[in-house]
Design a protein around this ligand. Structure first.
Ligand code: AMP
Ligand code: ZN
Length: 116
């Protein structure tokens, strides 16, 4: 998929509005439009990568930066000690609907396990 057809690339480009709460050179994070917890943030690389299956060796730092952003946002939101969850869905069985990788950060309530 060309990045021009990707919803999250459009958010990175500023063409579609989003509630952006974190930005760095390689990562942005914004609030999910359909939150599943009091805090539900999507952390994405600026660079388009469709799924986990499309990751290359050169993406290793990029992916690490998603988790470093999650740590910072958890601190900002005040639940770094009580706990939170990060999830990245891949393809149909996991329910991936946007094909630009995104780390879900969920917090602010107790989260059950296993997920559905
Ligand atoms: P996934 O099912 O893992 O692909 O997650 C996609 C997520 O993107 C869902 O939680 C949606 O609610 C969220 N989402 C879809 N469109 C937008 C948007 N325009 N702004 C913010 N979040 C969105
Ligand atoms: Zn994209």
């Amino acid at each position: 998929m060309a990045s021009s057809e990707c919803l999250f690339c459009s958010i990175v480009a500023g063409e579609i509005p989003a509630d952006i709460i974190y930005e760095s050179d390689s990562v942005i994070a914004f609030r999910d439009i359909d939150p599943q917890a009091p805090t539900h943030v999507l952390i994405i690389p600026r660079h388009h990568i469709a799924t986990i299956n499309d990751l290359e060796e050169s993406d290793a730092e990029r992916v690490g930066r998603l988790f470093l952003a999650a740590r910072e946002i958890a601190k900002q939101e005040g639940f770094e000690e009580t706990g939170y969850r990060t999830v990245m869905n891949c393809n149909a069985d996991a329910g991936q609907t946007v094909f630009h990788i995104h780390l879900h950060l969920l917090g602010g309530r107790e989260l059950s396990w296993p997920p559905g």
